[in-house]
Design a binder for this molecule. Structure first.
Ligand code: SF4
Length: 73
């Protein structure tokens, strides 16, 4: 099974200490399965991990598209 190449991203490191239950859910839903649907993955792949805000969550796909579009304008 493929997993996200950006593991562990800064969100996972953060959640590991603060919200381990949420970390487990995110890993199951995104990092270890459907990682290409993760907003953080999308920005990391398009622009590099340095462009991913610590506040961007995997479900924030519209925000990810906006970040990528604005960078490419
Ligand atoms: S799938 Fe998303 S949350 Fe998971 S490691 Fe990759 S970039 Fe981070």
């Amino acid at each position: 099974m493929d997993t996200c190449e950006f593991q562990p991203c800064s969100l996972l490191i953060d959640l590991n200490e603060k919200r381990p239950a949420l970390l487990k859910k995110i890993k199951e839903k995104y990092c270890d399965s459907d990682f290409s649907a993760c907003a953080r993955y999308m920005v990391s792949k398009a622009l590099g991990p340095g462009h991913v805000s610590r506040y961007l969550f995997p479900g924030h796909v519209p925000e990810a598209c906006k970040i990528i579009d604005e960078f490419n304008e």
